[in-house]
Design a protein around this ligand. Structure first.
Ligand SMILES: Nc1ncnc2c1ncn2[C@@H]1O[C@H](COP(=O)(O)OP(=O)(O)OP(=O)(O)O)[C@@H](O)[C@H]1O
Ligand SMILES: [Mg+2]
Length: 360
């Protein structure tokens, strides 16, 4: 499996770290959920939860507590406490919902100040209950790994605030949390472990953050071949290379464009390279037309640079040779970086494969 390194690493953290919070980060569709699904350390009591509510910091904590309690209800040793906790949350939430409904039913400005105080999520009690539930689980089940997915969909600040404010309640011996994180948090963590909001820094919160990197071109091709099974016969030679270039190492992007091309050409017996390139062209021009608004200079730079890997200096030099002024070359490079059309990779700078085959 192409993610064996990440999976083994997370398994051994769960086994050997006495406690801690570990993040799994990477851009959307890169394979975080896939990696988390394979984490399964032997002999460690493991619970997986998804966070699906996404409106506020309170609701993230409530949702976490609710999902955990729901899972633990099925575990004999802690079932009673889990049921009690879940009942508490359900009651809290219905009180708050009931109140907001009341408000929409003709409550008017004549309401006294006192009456208009809304019931609020009890964040403090919720995190105490979370701590208690975890503590009992550890006491009864031994080493405990909690895997939280989908936190990556939340806003960065909310995620950090929640984790920071509950960390003292959940950092305890024999308890490890692995959670998916927005890409932006990793960027911040990696960029010299910046301070966050004076309240603490990321280094203080996370034991480690595992970065799920883009896959290699060959790995993308392999996973698509596996996914296609015998349908691979319906695809012309060379199509997969284009898909892999387009994906920039992101499996979801690769699967997405190939599926689109297949549906665009559903009546054909064989999907050709030209068919795929047509789909790419249509998709990307729609996308660039709507959101990227490329200038003539940017388009020219894309045409000149695509297909190779460069150092910073080499980009400027190449653009200058094509008639760009030095200062223009620098600013176009920055614009393309900002638009994430020019990607920074280990080997150097590269125009995204999304633009490799497009008429521009
Ligand atoms: N290593 C892999 N091998 C095969 N398929 C993969 C692999 N990684 C990801 N995929 C496929 O790519 C798609 C996206 O993967 P996944 O959902 O794990 O990404 P993610 O990072 O969790 O995305 P999101 O940011 O939306 O949560 C899925 O269809 C998944 O099956
Ligand atoms: Mg995911």
């Amino acid at each position: 499996m192409n993610r064996a390194r990440e999976i083994n690493y997370l398994n051994s953290i769960a086994l050997h770290q006495p406690f801690g919070i570990v993040g799994v980060s990477g851009e959307t569709g890169i394979g975080k959920t896939t990696v988390l699904n394979f984490v399964n350390p032997e002999g460690v009591f493991t619970v997986r939860v998804n966070i699906s509510l996404r409106d506020s910091m309170e609701s993230i904590l409530y949702d976490l507590l609710h999902s955990l309690a729901l899972s633990l209800e099925k575990v004999e040793e802690v079932s009673d406490l889990a049921k009690e906790v879940r009942k508490w949350i359900t009651d809290e939430v219905s009180t708050i919902k009931g109140f907001s409904l009341g408000v929409s039913f003709g409550v008017n400005a004549s309401l006294t100040h006192e009456k208009s105080i809304r019931p609020r999520f009890n964040f403090f009690k919720a995190r105490e209950k979370l701590g208690e539930l975890i503590k009992q689980t550890v006491q009864r089940k031994g080493k405990f790994l909690l895997i939280i997915d989908e936190l990556d969909k939340e806003k960065k600040e909310d995620v950090l605030r929640v984790i920071d404010s509950i960390k003292n309640f959940i950092i305890m011996e024999d308890f490890v949390v692995i959670l998916s994180l927005p890409f932006s948090i990793y960027r911040e963590y990696a960029a010299d472990r910046l301070r966050w909001n004076e309240a603490g820094n990321l280094e203080n919160i996370f034991t480690d953050i595992v970065f799920v990197e883009p896959l290699k071109k060959l790995e993308i091709k392999e996973l698509i071949i596996k996914r296609l099974g015998s349908y691979i016969e319906l695809i012309e030679d060379g199509v997969l290379d284009i898909v892999a270039d387009f994906s920039d190492g992101n499996p979801r992007d690769g699967l997405w464009i190939l599926t689109k091309a297949i549906y665009d050409n559903i009546h054909k017996e064989l999907l050709s390279k030209e068919d795929l390139i047509n789909t790419i062209n249509r998709t990307i021009s729609e996308y660039t037309g709507l959101t990227l608004n490329l200038t003539e200079n940017q388009k020219k730079a894309i045409r000149v640079l695509r297909g190779s890997v460069y150092s910073r200096e080499k980009i400027i030099e190449t653009l200058q040779k094509e008639g760009f002024k030095r200062t223009t070359a620098y600013s176009v490079m920055d614009q393309l970086l900002q638009k994430r059309i020019l990607l920074v990779e280990k080997e150097g700078y590269r125009i995204s494969g999304k633009f490799s085959y497009m008429e521009i």
